[in-house]
Design a protein around this ligand. Structure first.
Ligand code: NAP
Length: 237
């Protein structure tokens, strides 16, 4: 059966890898990202062939509701949109913005898509992080948002199980994407990451996508409320 899949943050990095993996699996995929040059570039990129690309700011309630209302059926929602602002997150306006995108944006899409997902007994996969489990002194808002995503995932899993919606999350470790480009480019800091990661390599969007496809599939049909690390063993140490 061809499923309809919506991936927020699906125009870049991990989300793009997830959108492409569902497309390669034969699903019908809508990938959304912020309007702007990244979306324009993605639209011209052959790697997105067969994927419907749309603009969506997950911090815009009306835009989220409009998109959800235009979808028709929906089988899988993947909440991957995210931002990080590091030390600027100690400024209150930035702190609130990161929370609004990473945590409230996830809740907005979950709520807006709930009727369609319930009708199809569908699945949600959210994007947590190692920083759902650990504190991050250089990223207070990002860490708080990802801790929140973990608890939101568990709460919605419990609340919506009777309606047939499974809600899980993946918690990626260090994944090579534009979000982590500065760290990848810094040989000393990259080495610290590799030394701390038992499997001693950066993860790829494809590594995360495989776990997301599993959680969204009927192979996981008795799994809900789980937070699955995809981190080469980082959180096990
Ligand atoms: P990325 O390449 O920067 O992708 C982030 C995506 O989120 C982009 O598609 C971006 O759209 C979108 N986005 C940002 N703000 C948005 C908004 N307000 N509304 C809608 N979309 C928005 O970073 P990534 O590494 O793939 O991160 C994807 C997710 O994985 C994030 O939730 C991140 O926290 C999580 N994660 C990443 C890592 C890692 O090591 N990379 C580890 C753990 C968790 P544009 O491209 O249009 O700006």
């Amino acid at each position: 059966m061809t499923r309809k899949v919506l991936v927020s943050g699906g125009t870049s990095g991990i989300g793009a890898g997830i959108a492409q993996a569902f497309r390669d699996h034969g699903d019908s995929v809508i990938a959304v990202g912020l309007a702007g040059p990244e979306l324009d570039t993605a639209a011209k990129d052959g790697a997105f062939r067969g994927i419907t690309l749309k603009a969506l700011d997950v911090s815009d309630q009306q835009a989220v509701d409009d998109l959800a209302g235009s979808l028709g059926d929906l089988d899988v929602l993947v909440n991957c949109a995210g931002m990080i602002r590091r030390m600027a997150e100690y400024e209150m306006a930035t702190f609130l913005k990161v929370l609004d995108v990473n945590l409230s944006g996830t809740m907005r899409l979950c709520m807006a898509c709930k009727p369609q997902l319930a009708a199809r007994r569908g699945a949600i996969v959210n994007m947590a992080s190692m920083l759902s489990f650990f504190g991050g002194p250089a990223v207070p808002a990002y860490s708080a948002s990802k801790g929140g995503v973990m608890q939101l995932t568990k709460s919605l899993a419990v609340a919506w199980a009777k309606e047939g919606i499974r809600v899980n999350a993946v918690a990626p470790g260090w994944i090579a994407t534009p979000l982590t480009q500065a760290l990848q480019d810094d040989a000393a800091r990259s080495q610290v990451i590799l030394d701390r990661t038992p499997m001693a390599r950066w993860g790829t969007p494809a590594d995360v996508a495989k776990a997301v496809l599993f959680l969204a599939s009927d192979k996981a049909d008795f799994i809900t409320g789980a937070i699955l690390p995809v981190d080469g063993g980082y959180a096990a140490m």
